[in-house]
Design a binder for this molecule. Structure first.
Ligand SMILES: Cc1cc2nc3c(=O)[nH]c(=O)nc-3n(C[C@H](O)[C@H](O)[C@H](O)COP(=O)(O)O)c2cc1C
Length: 464
């Protein structure tokens, strides 16, 4: 059981959770400002009258995790947890199903070429005051990797002019690897950017699947059948047949251009991305432009949590397997405290040197092409009477169990992910280890006051 992008919009409309905005809005700042206000209300939106554009703009479909329930729950209930969403993607990774190629589909209803291509007529918001220009934020990019596999991911795109965009690839992305390979080999590269992709594919695109598994097939596994696609007339790349629009592009890897957007970690990010020529636009006759609020925004961040779900699950197991004294681990990836991970490890401590060793070894865990320090800002070690998933509890332990300066470990030699915008020119940035465990001398003293039997009390037994 699964629902399409349009089916979900219709359900939200029926439930009164879709707001139609008829008043003209300026895509420069005004549209983003309205989107941000609607996010607080949890409303999806349809801008019917965006200045300078004949296309409606939709978004705000997945501003909470429970909304993913609309994709998979038979009764369209909005009940879904982060774990369910992450597990759903992992099921797709474990049992991928290949896409099915069709000759035609709604996304082929109109094909625009040459002078008909006018990206400046699209309702693309400019979000923040220092952004370089209007950004497409909700498109998934589809391309062929050097190994021949199809890759799908979210990549933000700056509109450069009526037929050129910049497609940004972070240091974590397979797109960056593919850019590098194609440049080094002098090979041509195409990327197709798709708006209004099937919702299961949005989830799969946000997540990181193993190199040999295509996110397109992961989405197939998630919905129990292959995603139906047509092949782009210029690129030969698969495009979901019921997408709203698709931009086929030819990438010029020798023309890298600087651009800046307010990012999910609530900082500006300046990147260099290749100039991509849009050679065709495939679209439905009544196509809608899908947009996601940029910056620290709920719909974006919910998808972002899926990027690290598989990695976090693997990492928790690795830490438990590596250190037998570990009773529990939690990986916090929450833009409230920045764009990088914070790892909390609860241990049954047997020596005062143990937390320092664990902190150092954890930062050095090999994650494939990088070590954990690249994307983890802080490692905190707590005693096993502290709940690592509860940051209030962790804060309490930090400020009640640290009596010596040696329990704070500072590292400035680790190379960091570029999303850490405070990085120094040599690409290193501060990493912090906190030993918030009781010193062995105080094990008998620093005991938490607990009311015996509190967990067995049922209030209803005491109330009339
Ligand atoms: C809304 C949204 C926007 C994103 N923008 C970018 C981006 O501009 N560049 C990038 O490399 N990753 C971006 N990401 C993260 C990637 O989509 C994500 O890491 C994905 O797993 C990358 O796929 P890949 O490794 O297969 O290339 C974004 C994620 C979301 C949810």
């Amino acid at each position: 059981m699964h629902r399409s992008f349009r089916e979900i919009l219709n359900i939200l409309d029926d439930k009164g959770s879709l707001v139609r905005i008829k008043k003209e809005v300026d895509p420069k700042y005004e549209m983003g400002a309205v989107m941000k206000q609607l996010e607080k209300e949890g409303k999806a939106f349809l801008f019917e009258n965006v200045k300078g554009s004949k296309y409606p703009a939709v978004g705000g479909l997945f501003t909470s995790m429970d909304r993913y329930g609309l994709i998979f729950n038979e009764d369209a209930s909005e009940e879904f947890t982060y774990d369910q969403a992450g597990q759903k993607v992992l099921e797709g990774v474990a049992d991928p199903i290949a896409s099915v190629v069709k000759d035609n589909g709604p996304v082929m209803e109109e094909i625009l070429r040459d002078d008909k291509i006018d990206l400046l007529s699209m309702p693309v918001p400019t979000f923040f005051e220092l952004d370089t220009g209007p950004f497409i934020t909700a498109a998934v990019g589809i391309f062929r990797k050097p190994d021949g596999n199809i890759n799908v991911g979210f990549y933000r795109c700056l509109i450069e002019n009526k037929n050129h965009i910049l497609i940004n690839a972070s240091g974590l992305s397979d797109l960056r690897k593919s850019y590098n390979w194609h440049r080094e080999e002098g090979k041509e590269m195409n990327v197709v950017m798709v708006l209004g992709a099937p919702p299961a594919l949005l989830m799969a695109a946000a997540s990181k699947s193993p190199d040999h598994v295509s996110e397109l097939d992961v989405a197939g596994g998630m919905i129990g059948k292959g995603v139906k696609v047509v092949l782009g007339p210029d690129s030969g790349l698969p495009i979901p047949i019921d997408a709203e629009m698709a931009f086929e592009t030819k990438v010029d890897l020798n023309n890298m251009v600087e651009n800046t957007l307010g990012e999910f970690g609530a900082q500006y990010g300046t990147e260099h991305a290749p100039m991509c020529e849009v050679t065709s636009i495939l679209k439905r006759k009544d196509s809608m432009f899908y947009t996601l609020m940029a910056g620290r925004a709920k719909e974006h961040n919910n998808l972002g949590y899926l990027t690290v779900y598989g990695m976090s699950t693997m990492l928790k197991n690795r830490i438990k397997d590596t250190f037998p004294c570990v009773s529990n681990v939690e990986i916090h990836f929450d833009t409230k405290i920045g764009p990088l991970m914070h790892v909390v490890i609860a241990i049954n401590k047997s020596s005062d040197s143990q937390p320092a060793d664990i902190i150092k070894e954890t930062f050095e865990i090999n994650m494939g092409s990088f070590n954990l320090a690249w994307m983890a800002k802080r490692v905190i070690v707590v005693d096993d009477d502290v709940d690592p998933s509860n940051m209030d509890d962790v804060e309490w332990a930090t400020w009640t169990r640290m009596g010596r300066a040696e329990k704070v470990h500072l590292f400035s030699n680790f190379v960091t992910w570029e999303i850490d915008r405070a990085a120094l020119p040599d690409k290193t940035s501060l990493r912090v280890g906190i030993d918030a465990t009781k010193d062995m001398d105080y094990v008998e003293d620093l005991i938490r006051p607990i009311v015996p039997g509190i967990d067995n009390i049922k209030l209803e037994d005491y109330l009339d």
